[in-house]
Write a protein that binds this ligand. Structure first.
Ligand SMILES: [Zn+2]
Ligand SMILES: [Zn+2]
Length: 374
């Protein structure tokens, strides 16, 4: 399927301001957030909206997109596209290294707003992914692997950017600080501003010849397989953070973080209960087991479990299996219950012999289902 135009996705135009794009994105992200919208297709919309926003709210990416369209991020264009494409199918991009900061703070309870405004080389960009888990993976945890286009510290020059390590010396403009003070006239006032040194781009170092591998940038774009050890006891919508697993800093600072938002595959079998550790499992039993109150063996997330069907069970009845629900959290060993939601199955056709017995049973039985009519 062809990718939709990012402007179309957010319902904005090329002349829309950043504020207008942010506002449109916020509305749509809330509308389609998997925690709030259970409609089919909402999750795909949510991803689409996030992807569009990650480009249109990033000046560099927006400029590239305006010029080249989706081709700008096909993964061959270097850093601009890093974070896009190449994911295994259980991961989908949620932002390609964009700093969602204030946009996400109201959606994710401020989980991403821990950025400090300290001076010095800026941190590498964060990466946002979504991992869609099965119920089994959600409960017991899973090791997910994915391929990421990462900005990495250049292996040849170890981030220095110089062809010869002996060639590196302190920047003469900022004396190695990476920052310089500029005086700016604001009306009658002389204002001092601290800005990134333009001679060394904030690195604080200079050298004669650039590293041939990274062209002096100190970083390189690399496709790398990343292992994501997701623990037990996660919840849909929860964010799992791997510190330092994002992009390398372009200025020699600490690397960014990898944020994984937990999603859940759609299931006809399992149902979550809001604000509960209990888990509903839909289960079909034979009408004979229902009448006779037999013991059945059901396959749960924990493996086969014996279940005694209470006599006179009705469809929709919940039978509790203790401590086989969701973990309270990642660190707790406490689990909720598994609630087996019974559905009584009746055969669509029976053999001649069965029919004969059922006819006899019909004559013998005085069972009448109860109906209440006002
Ligand atoms: Zn400098
Ligand atoms: Zn290099």
């Amino acid at each position: 399927m062809a990718k939709r135009d990012y402007y179309e996705v957010l319902g904005v135009s090329k002349t829309s301001t950043e504020q207008e794009i942010k506002s449109a994105y916020r509305k749509l992200a809330k509308k389609y957030h998997p925690d709030m919208n259970k409609e089919s297709g909402a999750e795909e919309k949510f991803k689409e909206v996030n992807e569009a926003a990650s480009v249109l709210l990033d000046a560099d990416k927006k400029a590239k997109y305006d010029q080249f369209g989706h081709a700008a991020f096909d993964g061959s264009s270097g850093f601009g596209g890093s974070g896009f494409g190449g994911f295994e199918d259980f991961f989908s991009n949620m932002g390609g290294g964009m700093d969602f900061g204030d946009i996400f703070s109201d959606l994710f309870g401020g989980g991403r707003s821990g950025r400090s405004s300290r001076r010095g080389p800026s941190k590498g960009q964060d990466i946002g992914l979504e991992a869609t888990l099965t119920f089994k993976e959600l409960v017991f945890g899973v090791n997910k692997k994915t391929i990421l286009n990462l900005v990495k510290t250049c292996a040849k020059c170890d981030g220095a950017g110089a062809e010869n390590p002996s060639d590196v010396h302190t920047c003469t403009k900022c004396n190695g600080a990476g920052q310089i003070i500029v005086n700016k006239q604001m009306g009658p006032f002389q204002v001092q501003n601290q800005v990134t040194c333009d001679k060394c781009n904030g690195v604080g170092k200079e050298f004669k010849s650039k590293c041939k591998s990274c062209h002096g940038k100190g970083v390189e774009s690399k496709r790398e397989e990343v292992e994501i050890p997701l623990p037990k006891g996660l919840w849909p919508g929860q964010q799992f953070v791997m510190r330092g697993k994002g992009h390398a800093s372009l200025e020699g600072g600490i690397p960014g973080d990898l944020y994984i938002t937990i999603g859940i595959v759609k299931s006809d079998v399992f149902e979550l209960i809001p604000n509960s550790n209990d888990l509903i499992m839909n289960y079909n039993i034979s009408y004979l087991d229902a009448i006779l109150g037999n013991e059945v063996i059901i396959k749960t997330l924990d493996g086969p479990v014996r279940l005694k069907i209470p006599k006179g069970v009705h469809s929709g009845q919940l039978i509790k299996v203790h401590d086989k629900g969701l973990y309270k959290n990642q660190t707790s060993d406490k689990r909720g219950d598994l609630l087996i939601k019974i559905s009584i199955s009746v055969p669509t056709s029976v053999s001649k012999e069965e029919k004969k017995i059922l006819k006899e049973l019909e004559e013998l039985s005085n069972f009448e289902p109860k109906n209440i009519i006002d």
